[in-house]
Ligand binder design. Structure first.
Ligand SMILES: Cc1cc2nc3c(=O)[nH]c(=O)nc-3n(C[C@H](O)[C@H](O)[C@H](O)COP(=O)(O)OP(=O)(O)OC[C@H]3O[C@@H](n4cnc5c(N)ncnc54)[C@H](O)[C@@H]3O)c2cc1C
Length: 457
C-alpha cells in the first residue's frame, strides 16, 4: 500500500520472493517528474543523505549515475555550503560527505521507472486502500476503492500473503488493524510544531554563485528559525524558511521574503531580494516525529509489515526520511535472505525498525530540546542522558574541528553508525581539545580543494 519511495523499494525487494507484487497507489502516476497530490512534501527541499545513496545503489545498481545524469546537483559537505549549525557557522574545510539536492519528484520517478520495469511488479493506480482483510492473527489482503469510480460503490478485496503499509505519515493502518480485531501499535511522538514554507527562485547573483552551491541555517533551541536555498536540477534554487508553532512562516509573496530576516544573518534575505520567484510559496505543517511500535510483543499480526514514514516519520528538517526508506528496503532484503533465521513477521518488522533507529535518535534527540516540544516520548532513557553530555561536546567541536566534524557528519548523514563518535581520535578531541574557533561571518569560500568525484562518476 503506497507507491512512493518506501512502497516501491519494498516491492522491488519482495519481487525476489513472490509470484506477483502489486503496488497499490491512490494517485495516478504522472508522466515525467510533475509533483503529485499524494506526496505534498514533494514541493519542499529534499536532500538524499549518503546513507540513503549507498542503500539505493545497493538496491538498484547504477542508480546514482542515473541521478547524476538527470542533473541532480551533488553538494559536498561542508565545503560547498554555507552552513549554520548548533549556533555557529561551519568552517568550509574539504568535504567528507555529500548529498544530492534535486527534486523529490525526479528522484521518485527514477526509482519508479526501475522498479516497475520488473514484470513481477504490477501497479494498481488510482486505487485507495480503505481497510484490511483478515483477523487478529493474520492479515490476508486489502480493501480497495477505485478513486475514479462510484464513491458509494463497495470496496473490492485484493487478497495477499503479505501486506506492506507504505502509505506514509498519514497512515490509517492502526485503525484498520483495530477494525479486524488486531492489536494497534504503540505510538511514540515528539512534535516541535515546526512549519515550512518553500518556493522556487532563480538567483541573479550574490553569495550562492560560484563555489557556494547552497546555504542552510539549522534551527536550534536558542535560534528556532531555519532557512536556506538548495540547488535543483534545472539551475534554480528551492528556498525554504521555517519557524515553530505560533510563528509559522507565511506563504504570501512579500511576507515570505521578510520572514527570512528572522535568520541569524541577512544573507538569505539579501539574496531573495535580488532573486526572481518562479513559483508560489507552499506551506507544510505536519512535521512531528512519530514512531509506531509494531515490533512490540503482540502488536504485529502475521502477514503485515509497516515501512517508511508509515513506520517512522521524522521531523523533515534533518533530511532523513528517503534515506531511511531505502535503508529499510535493504533491511527487508537482508532479513528475508538471512539463512540462519526464519523470517517471521515480527523478526522482519524488528529489522525494519532497527533500520530507522539511528535516524530516530538523531531527530528525537535534537527535538526533545526544542522549546515547546510536545509528545509522548519527550524523555529519553538513562543512556540518552549520559550520551547528552558527550554529544554536547561533540556539537561544540564539530563546526571547527575537522576530526570531530568528519565523524559527526558521517553519523548525521547515516553513513556511519553512531559509535563512530567514540573512535579514539574523536574521543581524544572531544575530551581534551577545546572547541576550535569558528568563523564569525558566513565563510565565502571553501578552505581547500572542492568535493572529490565519486568513483565511477
Ligand atoms: C516537508 C518535508 C521535507 C522533507 N525533506 C526530506 C529530505 O530532505 N530528505 C529526506 O530524505 N526526506 C525528506 N522528507 C521525508 C520524505 O518525504 C519521506 O520520508 C519519503 O518520501 C518516504 O516516504 P514514504 O514512501 O514512506 O511515504 P510518502 O512519500 O509520503 O508516500 C506515501 C504514498 O502512499 C500513498 N497513499 C497514501 N494513502 C494511501 C492509501 N490509503 N491507499 C493507497 N495509497 C496511499 C500516497 O499517495 C503516496 O504515494 C521530507 C518530508 C517532508 C514532509
Amino acid at each position: 500500500m503506497g507507491g512512493s519511495l518506501a512502497g516501491l523499494l519494498a516491492a522491488h525487494v519482495l519481487a525476489g520472493y513472490a509470484d506477483r507484487v502489486t503496488v497499490v497507489e491512490r494517485d495516478r502516476f504522472p508522466d515525467g517528474t510533475a509533483p503529485r497530490p499524494g506526496v505534498p512534501q514533494g514541493r519542499h527541499p529534499h536532500v538524499l543523505l549518503q546513507g540513503g545513496q549507498t542503500a539505493l545503489e545497493s538496491l538498484l545498481p547504477g542508480f546514482l549515475a542515473e541521478l547524476r545524469a538527470a542533473g541532480a546537483p551533488r553538494v559536498g559537505m561542508p565545503a560547498d555550503m554555507v552552513l549554520w549549525q548548533d549556533g555557529r557557522w561551519l568552517r568550509r574545510v574539504p568535504s567528507t560527505t555529500h548529498f544530492y539536492t534535486g527534486s523529490r519528484a525526479q528522484l521518485e520517478e527514477l526509482v519508479r521507472r526501475r522498479v516497475l520495469a520488473n514484470p513481477v511488479v504490477g501497479v494498481a493506480e488510482g486505487a485507495e486502500a480503505v481497510g484490511l482483510l483478515g483477523d487478529a492473527s493474520r492479515v490476508r489482503g486489502v480493501l480497495l476503492r477505485d478513486r475514479s469510480g462510484d464513491a458509494g460503490a463497495e470496496p473490492r478485496p485484493l487478497e495477499a500473503d503479505l501486506v506492506v503499509d507504505a502509505t506514509g505519515a498519514g497512515t490509517k493502518a492502526p485503525q484498520w488493524l483495530a477494525a479486524i480485531g488486531a492489536e494497534t501499535p504503540r505510538e511514540e511522538t515528539i512534535d516541535t510544531g515546526l512549519a515550512y514554507a518553500s518556493r522556487v527562485y532563480r538567483g541573479r547573483k550574490g553569495v550562492l554563485d560560484g563555489e557556494t552551491l547552497g546555504y542552510y541555517v539549522y534551527p536550534c533551541p536558542d535560534q528556532v528559525h531555519g532557512g536556506g536555498a538548495l540547488p535543483l536540477e534545472d539551475g534554480t534554487h528551492l528556498v525554504i524558511v521555517s519557524g515553530l508553532r505560533g510563528d509559522e512562516p507565511p506563504t504570501d509573496d512579500d511576507a515570505f521574503v521578510t520572514y527570512a530576516k528572522r535568520l541569524p544573518h541577512p544573507l538569505l534575505h539579501r539574496w531573495l531580494d535580488e532573486a526572481e520567484p518562479l513559483s508560489p510559496a507552499f506551506g507544510y505543517r505536519r512535521t512531528a516525529n512519530v514512531r509506531r511500535r509494531y515490533d512490540l510483543p503482540g502488536r504485529s499480526p502475521a502477514g503485515f509489515l509497516a515501512t517508511g514514514d508509515a513506520l517512522c516519520t521524522f521531523n523533515p528538517i534533518y533530511g532523513q526520511g528517503m534515506a531511511v526508506a531505502a535503508m529499510s528496503a535493504v533491511a527487508l532484503r537482508d532479513a528475508l535472505a538471512d539463512p540462519r533465521r526464519t523470517p517471521t513477521t515480527r523478526r522482519v518488522q524488528r529489522a525494519l525498525l532497527a533500520a530507522s533507529r539511528q535516524a530516530w535518535d538523531i531527530s528525537a534527540g535534537a527535538d526533545r530540546k526544542m522549546p515547546g516540544a510536545v509528545g509522548t516520548a519527550l524523555t529519553g532513557g538513562p543512556a540518552d542522558r549520559v550520551a547528552g553530555w558527550y554529544l554536547r561536546r561533540v556539537q561544540e567541536r564539530s563546526p571547527g574541528d575537522p576530526v570531530v566534524g568528519r565523524a559527526f557528519r558521517a553519523v548525521l548523514t547515516l553513513s556511519a553508525p553512531d559509535t563512530a563518535l567514540f573512535a579514539p581520535p574523536v574521543v581524544r578531541a572531544v575530551l581534551f581539545r577545546p572547541p576550535a574557533p569558528t568563523p564569525t561571518e558566513p565563510p565565502a569560500a571553501p578552505e581547500g580543494p572542492g568535493t572529490p568525484e565519486e568513483p565511477g562518476a
